[in-house]
Design a protein. Structure first.
Length: 334
């Protein structure tokens, strides 16, 4: 505060009233005193400018400090929000119980993108047949997990319309709702398309619950169309940004793409293991009766206008955006 006190002292000194005795003072003395006052005024003006500039500097520094504190608080709160498990995955994932349950490892790898299969192939490259179908079948039993009402709200769904575990049958209490991992449904859809693609492979007869023997022709095509749509939406939603390089190969005049790109991946095996170890009994789930107070939607194959309250034909381009259609035809199972 020393510059301010110095300024005010000089201000009082320069503006102190000095009466001039015109009767005794000569013209030279009067001129000298007048010049002295002019010099004082000039000096005061300079110090006023300096004072104002110091005020602006002080205000600027204060604002910068406040801004720094605000930014620091925002960054700190953001870090605390994702300070738990899977901090890197949460900003790009909708909430899921598995994100709170385990730390999902990530790793770097090179995808096997060769056009011709390697000697040791994945189940996707195995020759279609009963053994290969059995390998895929491990993903067909999609397991069911328990979450709370609060968790259902975090998922952006209405707890009043989501299936609950009936306490009389399961004994899980009144706050137990059913969820399944979406990635397992995506693999199921991929398996459906695999069977459809290889249905005329020599000697191959597709097996499983979703083959021609168990579906009408119309429902089979509806199921396949649904799976194509689901997989496309998921690919577009995740939209990886890796790039493919090109190369020249003998006997070909067009570039040969190298699909073996380097990727950063989530550990699917960790997710699959969690699903197996934290799900309800699959057999008991299949035998589960419909509770008397269950919320029951109209059959979507009879009401082609909407499905689970969502108006058909209304597609969202953004993950997690809820539809605006209200619940229709509400009823309870009797």
């Amino acid at each position: 505060m020393e510059p301010f006190s110095k300024f005010f002292k000089s201000f009082r000194r320069y503006h102190r009233f000095h009466p001039l005795d015109s009767s005794s003072a000569s013209d030279d003395e009067l001129a000298g005193k007048y010049e002295e006052h002019l010099l004082m005024d000039e000096r005061l003006k300079r110090e006023t400018v300096i004072f104002k500039s110091r005020i602006w500097i002080l205000l600027t520094i204060t604002n910068l400090i406040i801004l720094g504190i605000t930014v620091s608080m925002i960054v700190t709160s953001h870090c605390q929000l994702y300070a738990g498990k899977n901090a890197d995955l949460r900003p790009i994932s909708w909430w899921s119980p598995i994100l709170d349950a385990i730390e999902i490892p990530t790793y770097e790898t090179t995808l096997n993108g060769t056009f011709f299969a390697k000697p040791e192939v994945s189940i996707a490259r195995e020759e279609p047949g009963p053994e290969n179908d059995a390998d895929w079948e491990q993903y067909e039993t999609i397991r069911t997990h328990i979450v709370s009402r609060e968790d259902i709200l975090r998922l952006g769904k209405d707890p009043d319309t989501v299936m609950r575990f009936d306490n009389d049958y399961w004994g899980f209490g009144d706050d137990a709702y059913m969820v399944q991992l979406d990635v397992m449904h995506q693999i199921h859809c991929l398996n459906m398309l695999r069977k459809a693609a290889f249905h005329d492979y020599p000697g191959y007869v597709p097996t499983g619950a979703h083959t021609d023997a168990n579906n009408t022709h119309a429902s089979r095509w509806t199921h396949l169309g649904h799976c194509v749509d689901i997989l496309l939406q998921n690919i577009q939603c995740n939209a990886n940004t890796e790039v493919i390089t090109l190369a020249w190969v003998e006997g070909r005049t067009q570039p040969w793409p190298d699909f073996s790109v380097n990727r950063k991946c989530r550990d699917f095996e960790a997710i699959y293991k969690w699903q197996l170890e934290n799900s309800v009994d699959a057999g008991k789930f299949d035998r589960m009766p419909i509770p008397h107070d269950a919320y029951v939607w109209p059959a979507p194959w009879e009401n082609r206008e909407s499905e689970l309250g969502e108006k058909l034909g209304k597609h969202q381009k953004q993950e997690g955006v809820l539809g605006q259609a209200g619940h229709q035809h509400t009823k309870r199972h009797e």
